[in-house]
Ligand binder design. Structure first.
Ligand SMILES: [Zn+2]
Ligand SMILES: [Zn+2]
Length: 87
């Protein structure tokens, strides 16, 4: 079981051990995709939640969002549309 030292954004480190299994979506399916929603607090800069093709929402080619961030995306889109109407 490979273990990795991971530096946390808050400082300090954590040890992350992977079981060697493929990443799994929240629904239990194998997850070939990662959420691309921007999360500046994360070191990678994106959410990186594992998602399967059935659960992923693709707002653009090569962009995939987890269900939680797909909702955020809808909110963002609505806010942007509202701003366009206002200006
Ligand atoms: Zn899924
Ligand atoms: Zn996400």
């Amino acid at each position: 079981m490979p273990c990795q030292h991971v530096r946390l954004p808050t400082g300090g480190t954590a040890i992350v051990c992977s079981s060697g299994r493929r990443p799994q979506c929240a629904c239990g399916q194998p997850a070939p995709l990662l959420c691309d929603w921007k999360v500046p607090a994360r070191r990678s800069g994106t959410c990186d939640a594992p998602i399967c093709r059935a659960c992923a929402i693709s707002p653009a080619p090569d962009k995939d969002l987890c269900p939680a961030h797909a909702q955020d995306f809808e909110t963002w889109k609505a806010a942007r549309a509202a701003r366009k109407v206002a200006s």
